[in-house]
Write a protein that binds this ligand. Structure first.
Ligand code: G3P
Length: 237
């Protein structure tokens, strides 16, 4: 299973790349809005120097021509750019055109298996169902992941299910068990995945015991030395 980082924050991406678990990055206008100082294009280019995996760049136009114009410009930034297109009638048309042009797409804002099926048929290389936002409205977001993975597998569709809007480590485990090909996670969730209270307290305990053992050994060595120095020397020795 591939792990993407859902962020436009360069320092987070650099950090996770060093952990050896980074397969790609997804960005969107909301995530870009949290950064400052550089244009979206500059941020995307920098991300593409950190990872050679797919980097999703989202269009904001809602009409086909606008999506095509923005997407084609993104695709020129780096070979690993994937154009993120929202699920809509216009989005489907743009995805089909991008597919004809050899430009990879990630269809975003998917909330039903049927939307995912259409996006796959249109030629999207990634399908992004949003788990957390469905949970927010009291629907089980993981159902869509399971259904889409089944549909893609049964019909041998050339696309991948990317579990998005992942909000906690349990979402991640469930998406992995459902067979999602990819999950994109905020940095915070990746950090949560790396930790467990018993792991953290265990590390502390080992360190404390190690220090205790070292002090005990030093004390023992010290008293052995003192005893040896105080012992009477044997005659003829
Ligand atoms: O990948 C999509 C993601 O950024 C949306 O997450 O938490 O805003 O629903 P969220």
């Amino acid at each position: 299973m591939k792990i993407f980082l859902d962020t436009a924050d360069i320092s987070e991406i650099r950090k996770v790349a060093k952990w050896g678990v980074l397969d790609g990055v997804t960005t969107n206008p909301t995530l870009f809005a949290k950064t400052s100082g550089s244009s979206y294009e500059e941020v995307l280019k920098e991300i593409c120097t950190i990872t050679s995996g797919p980097v999703s760049a989202e269009v904001v136009a809602e009409d086909v021509e606008g999506m095509l114009r923005e997407g084609r410009a993104f695709a020129k930034l780096a070979p690993n750019i994937v154009v993120k297109v929202p699920m809509s009638e216009e989005g489907l048309e743009a995805i089909a055109t991008f597919a004809d042009e050899g430009i990879k797409t990630n269809c975003t804002l998917i909330f039903t298996a049927n939307q995912g099926l259409l996006a796959a048929k249109a030629g999207a290389s990634l399908l992004s169902p949003f788990v957390g936002r469905l949970d927010d409205i009291n629907q089980d977001g993981m159902i869509v992941i399971r259904e889409l993975v089944d549909i893609v597998t049964i019909h041998d569709l050339e696309t991948e299910v990317l579990a998005a809007s992942i909000r906690n480590p349990l979402h991640m485990t469930q998406a992995a068990l459902a067979g999602a090909h990819v999950a994109t996670l905020p940095f915070k969730v990746l950090q949560q995945m790396a930790h467990h209270p018993l792991t953290d307290s265990g590390i502390k305990q080992f360190r404390t015991d190690w220090e205790k053992a070292r002090v005990a050994l030093d004390t023992q060595k010290g008293s052995d030395k003192a005893k040896a120095a105080a012992a009477p020397t044997k005659p003829g020795a």
